[in-house]
Write a protein that binds this ligand. Structure first.
Ligand code: PSU
Ligand code: MN
Length: 310
C-alpha cells in the first residue's frame, strides 16, 4: 500500500479481510454537480454501496493529504458551495499535496488511489474520453485506465465527447469495455450510442469472472463496465445532440480548454435541458453505485475461493 494515502480504519480492516470495497470519486462532487445535489448524491452513493454489501471509500485530497474513505465532515467540507477545491487528475497530486490543497479526484485520480491500495472496484458516472473536433484533448482517464487493475462501473463516456474515438483509444490501451446487459456503449444520458462494445455481461458474477480472468492473464489494465442509465431517467439521444453542440460552441466562443472544459460543458447542458440532464446524472450515479457493490461482493467471494494472483 502507498504509505502517503490515509486509509480509514474501516477500509484498512476490509482490505486485510479481503472484503468488498467500492471506491467513489469526488471530482463529480467538487466540479461535476451543483450543491446541494453533489453532497446528497455522494451520501446516497455511499449508502447504496453499503446496502448492497460493500464498504464505500470516497477518495479526495484534504489539506494536501490523500484520503481513501472520508468522514461525513470531510465529505461535507469538499461539497460545500464555497469550498475551495482543485480537480485532481494523475498529474495534479504532487502539486496539490505540496501546496496542501483540497481536491476532488477524477476517474484518473481515483484509479491511482484505488490501484495503489488494492481496491478492485470503482463507481462513477461517466469516464472522460476524447473530446470532439480536431483537438488534442484526450482525458487522462483513458491513459490511467491502461495501468490500473480496477473495474470501473460507469454509464459509458459523457455524450459531450467523441464516443467512437474514445472507444478506439480504450482498445489501443487494451482496456476491455463490458456492456452491462447491453451490447452497445451507453451514451451517459441516453441508453444507446449505436456503437457496439463486443462484450456483454448479464450478472455481477459474470463481470467479476471476466475481470478476474483478465488479471490472471497478467494484464494490468482496468475493466470498464458500462451500464445504461435506467429507462425512466434517460434523455433520448435525438433531444440532446443540438444542446451538446450549443454547449460546445459556447465553450469555443469562450476559448475554454483543459480541465475546465468538462465541468463547463456539463453545466451548460444542464442549463439548456432545464435540469433534465442533472436529474439523469443523479439517477445513473446511484444505479452505478449499486452495480459496483454487487460486482465487488462477487469479486470478494471469488478471491476467498481462489489462490491469490502472485
Ligand atoms: N462524469 C460526470 N461528471 C463529472 C465527471 C464525469 O458525470 O464531473 C468528471 C470525472 O471525474 C472525470 C472527469 O474523470 O470529469 C474528466 O475530466 P477531463 O475530461 O478533464 O479529464
Ligand atoms: Mn481534458
Amino acid at each position: 500500500m502507498n504509505p502517503t494515502t490515509v486509509v480509514t480504519k474501516e477500509i484498512q480492516q476490509a482490505l486485510a479481510m479481503k472484503k468488498a470495497i467500492v471506491a467513489l470519486e469526488s471530482a463529480v462532487i467538487t466540479h461535476g454537480l451543483p450543491a446541494p445535489h453533489n453532497l446528497e448524491t455522494a451520501q446516497a452513493m455511499e449508502r447504496i454501496v453499503r446496502e448492497n454489501g460493500a464498504i464505500p471509500g470516497t477518495t479526495a485530497l484534504i489539506n494536501g493529504r490523500v484520503k481513501l474513505g472520508l468522514t461525513p465532515d470531510e465529505l461535507a467540507s469538499i461539497a460545500a458551495p464555497d469550498a475551495k477545491t482543485v480537480k485532481i487528475s494523475s498529474r495534479d497530486f504532487g502539486y496539490a499535496m505540496a501546496k496542501q490543497l483540497n481536491g476532488g479526484t477524477t476517474v484518473a485520480g481515483t484509479l491511482t488511489i484505488a490501484a495503489s491500495a488494492g481496491v478492485k472496484v470503482f463507481a462513477t458516472g461517466g469516464i472522460g474520453g476524447v473530446h470532439r473536433g480536431m483537438t488534442q484533448d484526450v482525458s487522462n482517464d483513458l491513459f490511467t485506465l491502461a495501468s490500473a487493475p480496477v473495474v470501473v462501473v460507469c454509464s459509458g463516456a459523457k455524450a459531450i465527447l467523441d464516443l467512437p474515438a474514445t472507444l478506439e483509444t480504450l482498445e489501443t490501451y487494451g482496456v476491455p469495455v463490458v456492456g452491462y446487459r447491453t451490447d452497445e456503449l451507453p451514451a451517459f444520458y441516453s441508453r444507446s450510442s449505436g456503437l457496439k462494445v463486443g462484450i456483454t455481461a448479464d450478472t455481477p458474477q459474470m463481470v467479476a469472472e471476466i475481470a478476474q480472468a483478465h488479471w490472471e492473464m497478467g494484464l494490468r489494465s482496468g475493466v470498464v463496465v458500462a451500464q445504461p442509465i435506467p429507462e425512466g431517467d434517460e434523455i433520448p439521444k435525438e433531444n440532446l445532440e443540438m444542446v451538446i453542440e450549443r454547449a460546445i460552441n459556447d465553450a469555443e466562443a469562450q476559448q475554454l480548454q483543459g480541465a475546465a472544459l468538462t465541468p463547463y460543458l456539463l453545466a451548460r447542458v444542464s442549463n439548456y435541458t432545464k435540469g433534465a440532464s442533472l436529474k439523469a446524472n443523479l439517477a445513473l450515479l446511484r444505479n452505478n453505485a449499486e452495480l459496483a457493490a454487487r460486482i465487488a461482493v462477487a469479486l470478494a467471494q471469488m478471491s476467498t475461493m481462489r489462490a491469490p494472483i502472485t
